[in-house]
Design a binder for this molecule. Structure first.
Ligand code: NAD
Ligand code: TYD
Length: 361
């Protein structure tokens, strides 16, 4: 949307210190410099204020450390900042961690989302239900379950069939966001996207983990037979899609967002290795493919995700711009240029998690 054609918004971005959230905060501050941008983030292990460091001096920007489940805090924050738009990213987001310990997923993803919805509803009622208000609930394609090789991609009407504690908790929060529109007319919008990648991605997820392990000369742990398929969406494309949904999406609707980039995990890792050989030619272990190690599969590992993004393309005119080859190159270049961002994340806590997860690999 062209900034000059709109009146400013006062947006609360939850989880804005996380991977997609911080990319979205940068996108929004750049696109709409006249808007008030308030970030609410609990700074869990996945939250990193350094991802927002360059915005801290903006007068229009405010960072609040806090939990989306803290009703008193949100009841204060919404009227204090006169919030009219919420972009809700805050979540526990890693499938493997949800298998190791699901409690936090239930608390943040379900109870936290409910708390935020209910607080926003009260705030919206007190202001006489402004029609322009929006509550964007950012969710995942994982709520639809797993596809076989020949199945058609997920559409917005694919039945929910979540398989992990993570996806089950996200599915539950989607239902709450949907119910708040149908029951109370609260202008909620839901987006279900595929696997994102790009700058500011915490090292535990596939792409940053592989990039960083190549740089450190460590094994590249590929689960199972490496034949699982994911659709890869460059985070900048995703932020643009969310912008379009907030401005043009119809309240009560769901929009699937995908990258049109279905790749087998092992092929993705090959691409990363080859790009790293090209972009970081001085690393001691070359070719990087030598580091690939097949490890025990993830329990209940979904075989394939694929998104049919026809609805957002035809109704809102959004289409992904980045190819997986181009996006991976940009991502690797970013990690090579920003060791100051990712090195501090390899903390003692992270090493403990890594040890528990990969058991000596
Ligand atoms: P992330 O784990 O990188 O970041 C989550 C952020 O939420 C962190 O900054 C964390 O500190 C914050 N947070 C966690 N619990 C909180 C709480 N109780 N209160 C306030 N803040 C809290 O996650 P991400 O990858 O950026 O994902 C953002 C959203 O997008 C999530 O809702 C996720 O389910 C969804 N999503 C992600 C992907 C992906 O590929 N990363 C794909 C589909 C959907
Ligand atoms: P991940 O980045 O955790 O995203 P999600 O599970 O939400 O799709 O994993 C992407 C794919 O990569 C998934 O099929 C699991 C696989 N994977 C590995 O093979 N090795 C790893 O070390 C990780 C983290 C993931």
């Amino acid at each position: 949307m062209v900034a000059s054609q709109r009146s400013p918004r006062r947006i609360l971005i939850t989880g804005g210190a996380g991977f997609i959230g911080s990319n979205f905060v940068h996108h929004w501050c750049k696109q709409y410099p006249g808007d008030r941008v308030v970030v609410l983030d609990a700074l869990t292990y996945a939250g990193n204020q350094a991802s927002l460091a360059d915005l801290e001096d903006l007068e229009t920007f405010r960072f609040v450390q806090g939990d989306i489940g803290d009703r008193a805090l949100i009841d204060t924050l919404l009227p204090e900042e006169n919030i009219d738009t919420i972009a809700h990213f805050a979540a526990e987001s890693h499938v493997d961690r949800s298998i190791l310990g699901p409690d936090a997923f239930i608390q943040t993803n379900i109870v936290g989302t409910f708390t935020l919805l209910e607080a926003f509803r009260q705030h919206w009622l007190k202001r006489d239900k402004p029609g322009r208000d929006r509550f964007l609930h950012v969710s995942t394609d994982e709520v639809y379950g797993s596809l076989n090789a020949d199945d058609p991609p997920f559409t917005e009407t694919t039945p929910y069939a979540p398989n992990s504690p993570y996806s089950a908790s996200k599915a539950s929060s989607d239902h709450l966001a949907r119910a708040y529109f149908h029951t109370y007319d609260l202008p909620t919008l839901i987006t279900n996207c595929s696997n994102n990648y790009g700058p500011y991605h915490f090292p535990e997820k596939l792409i940053p983990l592989m990039c960083i392990n190549i740089l450190l000369g460590k094994p590249l742990p590929v689960y199972g037979d490496g034949q699982n398929i994911r659709d890869w969406l460059y985070v900048g494309d995703h932020c643009q899609a969310l912008d379009v949904v907030i401005h043009q999406g119809l309240p009560g609707q769901t929009y699937n967002i995908g990258g049109n980039n279905e790749v087998k995990n092992i092929d993705l890792v090959y691409m990363l290795c080859d790009l790293m050989d090209e972009l970081a030619p001085d690393l001691p272990i070359r070719p990087a493919r030598e580091l690939i190690t097949f490890v025990k599969d993830r329990p209940g590992h979904d075989r394939r995700y694929a998104i049919d993004a026809t609805k957002i393309s035809t109704e809102l005119g959004w289409n992904p711009q980045e190819t997986v080859a181009g996006g991976l190159r940009r991502t690797i270049e970013w990690y090579l240029a920003h060791p100051d961002w990712w090195q501090p994340l390899l903390s003692e806590e992270y090493q403990k998690y890594y040890q528990q997860m990969y058991q000596g690999v």
